[in-house]
Ligand binder design. Structure first.
Ligand SMILES: NC(=O)c1ccc[n+]([C@@H]2O[C@H](COP(=O)([O-])OP(=O)(O)OC[C@H]3O[C@@H](n4cnc5c(N)ncnc54)[C@H](O)[C@@H]3O)[C@@H](O)[C@H]2O)c1
Length: 390
């Protein structure tokens, strides 16, 4: 436990919004927050349905009295408690991020929010203003920014070890939405993801493009001034899929006219695998007569990944990160939670701490400006400027 945490005398109290039983990313937030002993998760709102939320909280082991029906109730009741929540963590569908975060900030709580921070840039600017006005902290769960080697890359850039950057490349490839999921069984998660009013201005940018953009900016220390984006629509059928889907990787490259900022251009080549998803170095090879590490003898080579369909349930259960998310993401989330806690504890003790580089709401606003510019670039078929964000 850090000295700061010891001097502060207790873990900070975190209330959760979202992340009910069966949610995709909720458990990662909860467990990451508690990993270092800087936070204790005390309760929350776990569904948009009041009864399901209360029951869900109890089922997950929270006190019935702190398993709330909605956010208003949570904020009101936590404020009255001597041991009320210090912060909320928001891991709900994208369209709820803005109203929930605004309410929490105005109630005097810090926020750890998931991405995309809001529906659009105007809402993100509003959250920046509320965070400042209320003297709060606002962290974004861009886990990739908190991996040790991302931080080292950032360090190398900041120390000038790499010299002036000439090119920043970033890729993030996921195949979860590659097929027409609309034709298969539905779920609560799919229904908000496939509804463009709820998932955001451009699905692939809300889901993973924002991570790639943030990672590039975070590590390079650059922000993006203009983009040439290629966003397409996926899905055919009567209505198609009313979503924008990126069909080319968007890569950062320094714009000729940039003054310390990067432009973002489109390249045509494709790479077979995302660097973000590169596997670890430990390797077990045990070839058999029929099956080897690369597949079945006489058949094309194939790779089987953690959590893939067809694996035995007990094997899938051993994976501690949702399929498609790399191992280590929980610890990276934990780094973000620890940094936020340390900044809050230091402020409370009247102390200052060294730079806490966790992603902040200002960076979320830049992401929203970037997404809006990508859509504008697609519409015009030309470069589009990225609006300055606070
Ligand atoms: N940072 C990351 O790496 C990462 C990874 C995956 C998802 N996410 C983000 O996390 C968020 C949640 O995604 P998910 O895949 O876990 O979704 P999900 O649908 O699996 O889970 C959403 C949870 O929120 C609850 N919920 C819905 N409306 C609510 C409301 N009004 N009040 C309280 N609870 C409510 C649902 O009951 C559910 O438990 C999204 O914003 C997504 O973009 C981030």
């Amino acid at each position: 436990m850090s000295d700061l945490r010891t001097r502060f005398g207790r873990p900070l109290r975190l209330a959760i919004v979202g992340g009910g039983p069966g949610a995709w990313i909720g458990e990662m937030h909860r467990t990451a927050a508690e990993l270092d002993g800087h936070w204790r998760v005390v309760g929350g709102v776990f569904s948009s349905d009041a009864a399901r939320s209360r029951n869900g909280g109890i089922a997950m082991g929270f006190d019935a009295g702190r398993s709330y029906g909605d956010l208003d109730e949570l904020l009101d009741r936590e404020k009255r408690r001597p041991d009320g929540a210090d912060a909320v963590a928001i891991m709900t569908p994208n369209d709820t991020h803005y109203p929930f975060a605004a309410a929490a900030l105005d109630a005097g709580l810090d926020v750890v929010g998931d991405k995309p921070v809001t529906h659009d840039l105007a809402q993100a600017r509003d959250l920046v203003a509320r965070t400042t006005k209320n003297g709060r902290l606002y962290a974004i769960a861009h886990g990739y920014s908190a991996y040790p080697m991302t931080r080292y890359a950032r360090h190398l850039v900041r120390e000038g070890v790499l010299g002036a950057l000439r090119l920043v490349q970033v890729e993030y490839i996921q195949s979860g939405l590659a097929t027409r999921l609309e034709d298969g069984p539905s779920s609560n998660r799919l229904s908000w993801i496939l509804d463009s009013q709820r998932s955001g201005l451009a699905l692939v940018m809300s889901a993973i493009g924002c991570h790639a953009q943030h990672l590039a900016c975070f590590a390079s220390g650059l922000s993006i001034t203009r983009v040439a984006a290629d966003l397409g629509r996926a899905g055919s059928g009567p209505q198609g899929r009313r979503l924008h889907v990126g069909i080319d990787g968007i890569r950062g490259r320094r714009a000729r006219d940039a003054d310390g900022h990067a432009g973002c251009g489109r390249r045509r080549e494709r790479h077979p695998a995302s660097r973000l998803r590169r596997k670890g170095h430990a390797r077990l090879v045990a070839p058999g007569g029929k099956l080897s590490a690369t597949g079945v003898q006489g058949e094309p080579a194939r790779a089987i990944g953690r959590g893939d369909p067809g694996l035995p349930a007990e094997i899938i259960a051993l994976g501690r990160a949702p399929r498609g998310h790399p191992e280590g993401l929980r610890e990276a989330f934990a780094n973000i939670y620890r940094e936020v806690a340390q900044e809050r504890m230091a402020r409370a003790l009247g102390e200052t701490i060294a730079d806490a580089p966790y992603p902040r709401i200002e960076e979320g606003a830049h992401t929203m400006a970037f997404i809006e510019a990508c859509i504008e670039s697609q519409r015009r078929g030309d470069w589009a400027a990225v609006e300055k964000s606070p």
